[in-house]
Design a protein around this ligand. Structure first.
Ligand SMILES: N[C@@H](CCC(=O)N[C@@H](CS)C(=O)NCC(=O)O)C(=O)O
Length: 304
């Protein structure tokens, strides 16, 4: 198998989830640093327009979104499982809750101000905040969002109070990594850090998760990652492909992520299973690549 290449930036909490997942599985990986703001020409060359990080590249296959990356890593190295057999839906629901509910509350940071560089806030205002949503008014909501964060921390504290080491039992899973990465950000400001006080079980659990580490990585330039894609063929697909009614394999489609501002990707519909969608694209510098997305929060539209 080709090397695992993670496209990410250090400050990205979602990328932290995958760095920890690679650490948990003791995998070796290559690290490509992606710019935090647009333009991201090399990143987009591989994804076809999806701007978010992290993205996992294996040869000419490009996997977008942490939920899909977790599934891919479990396939490559099943032990220890990120999504434990029999608990997959619980892990998934827990992870989604932690990432949506916590992350939205953390948007209060925009209201507190002075945490992110100005250029970063301007980029997100222009490209990722839905029309009609007023970031300038974010400070008005800060105090209620801080209590929302506190209530989430207390939920985690009450789960851990029975002495379990990790959220789903004695071993770490993606549920831990998904709750950890937004919590980790709370340390960035005294008002958010205060929400972690008086929660000793959460504090010890955070330390256990942090100490998982990131596995072994070596840096890679984005141009080299593109060259690796060019020299590789996309992996084949075994089994019966799942194709939406009215669409045909090989015909042009537009991928529509549910998350606002992720960027739209077009390509030829490629074979995939019920849990993900895949499009094949021909690119100038990376040659032929297949870009994969989780089906659960990505739609497809047939193009003429
Ligand atoms: N649902 C996505 C969310 C990823 C996400 O929002 N990542 C942030 C960074 S932490 C991002 O890419 N923001 C836009 C950007 O970097 O251009 C996932 O689970 O991977």
């Amino acid at each position: 198998m080709s090397e695992l290449i993670l496209h990410h930036y250090d400050m990205s909490p979602y990328a932290e989830k995958i760095r920890l997942a690679l650490g948990l599985k003791r995998l070796h990986w290559r690290s490509v640093q992606t710019p935090m703001v647009l333009p991201k020409p090399d990143h987009m060359e591989l994804t076809g327009g999806y701007r978010r990080v992290p993205v996992l590249q294996i040869g000419a296959d490009i996997y977008c979104d942490t939920h899909l990356i977790v599934r891919v890593l479990d396939r490559i190295r099943p032990d220890p499982p990120l999504s434990p057999p029999g608990l997959e839906t619980i892990e998934h629901a827990f992870s989604r809750w932690a990432e949506t509910n916590f992350m939205m509350a953390i948007l209060a940071f925009f209201g507190i101000g002075g945490i992110f560089p100005e250029e970063f806030v301007e980029d997100r205002k222009k490209t990722m905040i839905p029309p009609g949503m007023d970031l300038d008014g974010a400070s008005a909501i800060v105090s209620s969002k801080l209590l929302q964060l506190r209530s989430n921390v207390l939920r985690l504290e009450s789960m851990l109070r029975d002495g379990r080491l990790f959220m789903l039992g004695g071993t770490a899973s993606a549920a831990d990594l998904s709750a950890y990465h937004p919590l980790m950000m709370l340390g960035m400001h005294e008002r958010t850090r205060a929400q972690l006080e008086g929660a000793p079980y959460v504090a010890e659990w955070m330390e256990r998760v942090r100490s998982i580490g990131h596995g072994e990585s070596r840096p890679l330039e984005s141009a080299e990652a593109i060259a690796i894609a060019r020299q590789s063929d996309p992996a084949g697909f075994d089994g019966e492909p799942v194709v939406p009614e009215g669409m045909k394999l090989g015909s042009p489609v537009l991928v529509l992520p549910d998350e606002y501002g992720s960027g739209n990707v077009t390509g030829a519909l490629a074979p995939s299973d019920i849990f993900k969608i895949a499009v094949r694209r021909k690119t100038e510098r990376a040659g032929e690549v297949v870009v994969h997305f989780p089906r659960e929060d990505h739609g497809l539209i047939a193009l003429p």
